[in-house]
Write a protein that binds this ligand. Structure first.
Ligand SMILES: O=P(O)(O)OP(=O)(O)OP(=O)(O)OC[C@H]1O[C@@H](n2cnc3c(O)ncnc32)[C@H](O)[C@@H]1O
Ligand SMILES: [Mg+2]
Length: 195
């Protein structure tokens, strides 16, 4: 069985990678399985941040590592919170981020609440060999929290193609259509060559 390290501290992301990779016979480890690693996510783009996370962990662990940088782009906010999604309200707090987003869109009518989630996955091997893949899913921002599943902005994200909020989807349904699921399937097409 192959083991891959995902350089994340986000338990929601880690669970989704486990759900998607276990059926492929790949065991997922995360940063929680190793001694603490300090990562400065100070890039300006998803790819820069994912590269920083993956490179820092691959250098320290001397193992092949994948990292995920992702976020929510809201058109009426000029693409915010974007790469700043985790700390939009200051403190990596999902409830505070969602409250801030609802407030920012208070006066924005339904037809202008378009948004998408984006994920960039970067794989880095200790010798520096790099693989990049991207995914996105389009939707709208709701007026109230809807649904209990998922994490982050999922309760405010209405998935156009399914007519439900992301947090109303089962884990399998989310993984089928999500930015992360799409990025991972693209990544896996090139995985064997990279590995
Ligand atoms: O950097 P790591 O340790 O992987 O964990 P993180 O939570 O900081 O992850 P990011 O830097 O990629 O920030 C992405 C933020 O975007 C949001 N987000 C990403 N994917 C999401 C998803 O599938 N559903 C809802 N919100 C998501 C959520 O608020 C995340 O904290
Ligand atoms: Mg982060």
């Amino acid at each position: 069985m192959k083991t891959i390290v995902i350089a994340t501290k986000n338990t929601g992301k880690a669970r989704e990678y486990q759900e998607m990779l276990a059926p492929l016979g790949i065991e997922v480890k995360t940063l929680a399985d190793f001694a603490p690693i300090t990562i400065n996510e100070n890039g300006k783009t998803f790819e820069e941040n994912a590269t920083i996370k993956a490179t820092t962990a691959a250098n320290q662990l001397q193992l092949p590592v994948m990292a995920d940088d992702s976020g929510l782009m809201v058109d009426a906010l000029g693409g915010a919170p974007g790469v700043h999604s985790a700390r939009y309200a200051g403190d990596h707090d999902d409830a505070a981020n969602n409250a801030k987003l609802l407030l920012a869109l208070k006066e924005v009518p339904d037809e202008k609440r378009t948004a998408h989630f984006h994920t960039t996955i970067v794989g880095i091997k200790p010798d520096g060999t790099k693989l990049v893949a991207n995914g996105r899913v389009d939707g709208h921002i709701l007026h109230q929290l809807t649904g209990k599943n998922g994490f982050g902005y999922d309760p405010l994200f209405y998935v156009d193609e399914l007519g439900k909020s992301m947090a109303q989807l089962t884990a399998d349904q989310k993984n089928q259509i999500s930015h992360r699921g799409r990025a991972l399937r693209s990544f896996m097409k090139q995985f064997n060559d990279w590995w």
